[in-house]
Design a protein around this ligand. Structure first.
Ligand SMILES: [Zn+2]
Length: 129
C-alpha cells in the first residue's frame, strides 16, 4: 500500500504543476512591455548609424578600387609606351570601362554622389576623396 500512495502523490504533484491556471499579472506584463520598449529605443538608432557607416565604407572601397585601377592602367600604358606619360592627367572614368572594369561596371557611389577623376585621383561629391 505505501507504494500506491506514493504514486498518487506524484500524480497530484504533476497535475498541480500542469494545471496551473495562474497567468501573468497586469503589472508583470507592463514591466515586460516597458523593457522591450527600452531595448527597441536603444537598438533602432544603432541600426540607423550602421546603414550610414556601411554607405561610407562602400564608397571608400569603390574609390580605392577605382584609384587602384587607374594606377594599374597608367603603369601598363607607360610601361608599353613611355611617351604616354600624360595619360594620367587626361584619364576619365569612361577610359576604365573596358580595361579594368567590364563595360558599364565602374563602381558608383552607394548614395547619389558622383565620382570625378582629377589627375588620377577619384573624389566623391558626397564623401570626398
Ligand atoms: Zn560617395
Amino acid at each position: 500500500m505505501p507504494a500506491q500512495s506514493n504514486l498518487i502523490t506524484e500524480e497530484k504533484m504533476l497535475s498541480k504543476f500542469f494545471r496551473n491556471d495562474k497567468g501573468f499579472t497586469l503589472v508583470e506584463l507592463i514591466m515586460v512591455i516597458v523593457i522591450i520598449g527600452i531595448l527597441a529605443a536603444v537598438a533602432v538608432p544603432k541600426f540607423v548609424n550602421l546603414t550610414g557607416a556601411a554607405n561610407d565604407a562602400k564608397c571608400a572601397a569603390n574609390r580605392g578600387a577605382i584609384n587602384s585601377a587607374v594606377a594599374m592602367t597608367y603603369a601598363a600604358i607607360v610601361a608599353y609606351d613611355p611617351g604616354q606619360a600624360t595619360w594620367l592627367e587626361n584619364a576619365t572614368l569612361a577610359s576604365l570601362n573596358d580595361s579594368m572594369f567590364a563595360t558599364g561596371s565602374v563602381p558608383t557611389c552607394p548614395l547619389t554622389g558622383t565620382y570625378t577623376l582629377t589627375d588620377g585621383q577619384i573624389t566623391c561629391s558626397i564623401h570626398g576623396a
